[in-house]
Design a protein around this ligand. Sequence first.
Ligand SMILES: [Zn+2]
Length: 304
Amino acid sequence: MILIPAGNASAWTGPTGNNTYLLPGRTATLIDAGVGSPDHLDAIAQALQGVPLAQVLITHGHSDHVGGAPALRARWPDLVVRQFGTGERPLVADERIAVGDDVCRVMHTPGHSPDHCCFVVGDQGGTEVFCGDLARLGGTIVIPASRGGDLAAYLESLRKVRALQPARLLPGHGPVVDNPATLIDDYIEHRTLRDRQILRVLKGRRAMPAEIADRVYGRLPEQIRNAAADTVLAHLIKLRDEGTSMNMMAPGRHARSAEPTLGRLKSRRQIGETLGAACGLWHRVANDVFELFEIRQESLTPVR
Ligand SMILES: [Zn+2]
């Protein structure tokens, strides 16, 4: 496996840009496409020593991971580009695919995006996971609720990958992760902490995600603040779905209170029973979040 940085350095992507991984061999494979920078293509060609690139497996459809596909195909016309949910040969969950001189298993790991996949190579003791934007060292992952991010699904995906007891994670950004279990445990704990922080802000009052983000994350640059607010929205949706709490409203003429009834519910059974009775309330809550979605979509800058 050869790590070839995509060269798209930025505050989002890291100092060397996205990581792409070349697996040379019988089926020369690249994990993620980068953004098509000529230096990136040259580095791949040099590592392949004249062998054509056979396939690219895409972890998810964000532009810093898939944007380079047309440039790669222009360079290697027989190239097969495979991605979950789109293209000529979409990836299928649990499918096994020849990569390099090995075989990988496709693991559907939605959360950061609905189409997110990890590629699992090796078996017990030596399992390695090409994990895209599931995890990275030195930061957490944006769960962009207004662009298909789903926090409950994300936590489930983290647990699925942890259960493999992988030896290493090979992420789309930042250094290789040599201690996946510790990182994933930290991530799960971090999200639980955020849940609690958000609920604390909402205690007894209503607040928009951006305001909650200011209170929870402190002062952030504008673009990162938007991403933080979008992740707060992902937390709110998860909390709403868990019936834990929902005490917020959309602004303007849509303003409507989501009565805090759901926040007082204790057990799942209680939630179920009350939901039946309080279907109207539930609808209003869902509606409030939906309206919030639309408002946020206008104001959000793209999040990678
Ligand atoms: Zn992404």
